[in-house]
Design a protein around this ligand. Structure first.
Ligand SMILES: C[S@@+](CC[C@H](N)C(=O)[O-])C[C@H]1O[C@@H](n2cnc3c(N)ncnc32)[C@H](O)[C@@H]1O
Length: 198
């Protein structure tokens, strides 16, 4: 299984605010772009991929929306509007949830009121964590574990205090080259790197 976590610190958890932020300062469209490039390939979608979108601009709890490629039904296409609507639907379903609850949204999609910190603690039990960042080890020098989980952010960098928890969980740091890329571009390069090694 390949897992991807996108920590979107600027993304509102209110569905209307989330949709209204597309193309504005919070740039919520990056979640749709990243989702598209983690799950879909031409004429199909990838097997064995799980994507967690963690939206953190909230008055109560972060929302973690999980997409499991093996369980997704026909989700109606991969265009940006469809994917942002899927995210907005999960946010609407999550309205009023208490801390660390989970709700089903539709086949292959769930939403949880769980924080990034708690999520990565859980994931570290089953996956080797890899943080994508410019100061990391060049990707071609990395020996990937069988179950890799890649951590990315939106345009707001990971807060310093998270680096301590990531370190405790044995996170490795990966560099994908000299250019600062979009999260959606990073996931394409990661998939390709892993595909080439199969
Ligand atoms: C648009 S970037 C975030 C930019 C953010 N302002 C920063 O300074 O980290 C989105 C994500 O892609 C990762 N990223 C972008 N370019 C990268 C590269 N060349 N190597 C590794 N990770 C990269 C960043 O670490 C981040 O998780």
């Amino acid at each position: 299984m390949r897992a991807f976590v996108v920590r979107a610190r600027a993304a509102p958890v209110d569905s209307q605010q989330f949709l209204a932020a597309i193309g504005h300062e919070a740039h919520t469209e990056i979640l749709a772009h990243t989702l598209m490039n983690t799950i879909f390939v031409a004429q199909s979608h990838r097997d064995d991929v799980v994507v967690y979108l963690v939206l953190e601009s909230t008055q109560d709890f972060s929302r973690t929306i999980c997409f499991r490629s093996n369980e997704l039904g026909h989700i109606g296409g991969f265009h940006e509007q469809n994917l942002t609507n899927k995210i907005a639907k999960a946010l609407t379903v999550s309205k009023g949830m208490a801390k660390e609850q989970l709700r089903e949204v539709e086949a292959g999609i769930t939403v949880r009121t769980v924080s990034f910190e708690k999520l990565i603690q859980e994931l570290a039990e089953d996956y080797q964590l890899y943080m994508l960042e410019k100061k990391g080890t060049p990707v071609r020098d990395i020996e990937f574990a069988a179950n890799p989980c890649f951590l990315l952010t939106d345009h707001i960098p990971m807060p310093k205090k998270s680096f301590n928890s990531l370190k405790r969980l044995g996170t490795q740091h990966i560099n994908l080259g000299p250019k600062m890329l979009f999260a959606s571009q990073c996931v394409v390069l990661i998939h390709n790197e892993l595909d080439m090694r199969l």
